[in-house]
Ligand binder design. Sequence first.
Ligand code: XMP
Length: 516
Amino acid sequence: MDTILILDYGSQYTQLIARRLRERSVYTEIRPGDLPLDRARVPGMKGVILSGSPWSCYEDGAPAPDRAVYDCGLPVLGICYGAQRMTLDHGGLVSALPEREYGRRDVFVESDDPLFEGLPRRFSSWMSHGDSIEKPANGFVVTARTDGGIPAAIAHESLPLWGVQFHPEVAHCEHGSELLANFAVGICGCDAEWSMARYIEDESAALKERVGDADVLLLISGGVDSTVAGALLLRALKPERVHLLYIDTGLMRARESDEVMRTLSSLGAANVRRLDSGDEFLSALSGVDDPERKRAIIGDLFITVQERAVEELGLGDYFLAQGTLYTDLIESGKGVGSKAHVIKSHHNVRSPLVERKRAEGRVIEPLDRLYKDEVRALGRELGLPDSVVGRHPFPGPGLGVRVLGEVTRDKCDILREADDEYLKQLRERGLYDKIWQAFCVLLPVRSVGVAGDVRTYGWTVALRAVASSDGMTADVFDFDMKDLRDISAAITNRVKQVGRVVYDVSSKPPATIEWE
Ligand code: XMP
């Protein structure tokens, strides 16, 4: 497939470049910016984009592209730092601006460069830089400027090299997505052929080739990623070769486990094993109220139960499938540059099973080129219902970290019912899809109330609802007070053990999304 290679120099916007192009049906891959070209090269490569960076070109250790990138004959577009790098690497001058250009700036186009094809001569761009191109290198011309006369775009007169000082990948940049498409489709000649239907076709062929007639085991968590991975395996391989294992920890949401089972059988799953391990998890958690202890107990027991169940399945030389996403690879520093941070490992149980199978070279990750919203689109294409693909994220330890303090069956039941009512109310009010994640937390606090002239002493439920794009930072969702009041009444009416409902108005940071 025609592909644009994005070389990453650590900009917070690098992912956006990839997303904007994929939205335009152009396939992209991100690689570390300082990798030699022969290692960074991707199949079907038609052009290269150099990303922005938190570095200044003049800092010690500032990352730079392999010279071969400029000489490979393919079109190259430098964005911000990428354009400055291109200028310096060709003998031009980059210098610090007296004042940082940050935020919206009008750009005036001064040439008929194909990068600006179909764009107005003046548009509002998004800038974020302290250094700037003072003198373009020999052979380059300035094709656009900001109102201070500062170069905003350059192009080489004879080589396929372009640079923009602004960030076309940022939503605030007018016509930015068109400019990127001008580069990828117009200049590089990429066929815009990236689609979920195409992904299913390609990935199915690759899975058949890799797996052949071997067995494949997938651990289903109930979340979107593993369910979509399961649907894809069932589409690509013989259903009798696909083994799905679901461990019900007893810490799942209302009806979740049944729904997962129903969905999988509607997709033609022939071998689904559901293990009801609720008793085991609850007794291991008995008397424990420290959050980290609870997490450790749940994680360790999960591994024990999983090892036992896999052993019982008695599969021979099988492949282990995982619902790993492109962003998971990036976050664990495997997909892109050394400047990517390890963010999530504390959330994920380090499973010895996965490590063993990885060492054997028998792990398959059929979603590892996709972003989260692409996984949702893939799930829809594979026939999964919206109730499954649109589901909010759910933490591995489940209700175990949402019943604060000691976890008991009764408390789980109370929380499950309150949470079910909360989510039902959000759906009925058309709010569920506007919120990134919403759930109830059962506080270890009882308070006095009154119902029908009788004194009550009920539990307290906290409502959480956050806006976020990746869970790394989060904002409080802005409810109408009336919605909150009605939701509170609906919960206390339905769940008699709950006497009080409060709304958590903490952003992340300083709070986290979950309470434990
Ligand atoms: P925090 O609470 O760290 O959560 O702000 C950020 C996001 O991660 C989810 N989360 C987890 N997911 N295993 C997971 O798979 C975990 O142990 C875990 N802890 C938190 C949380 O629900 C939120 O979406």
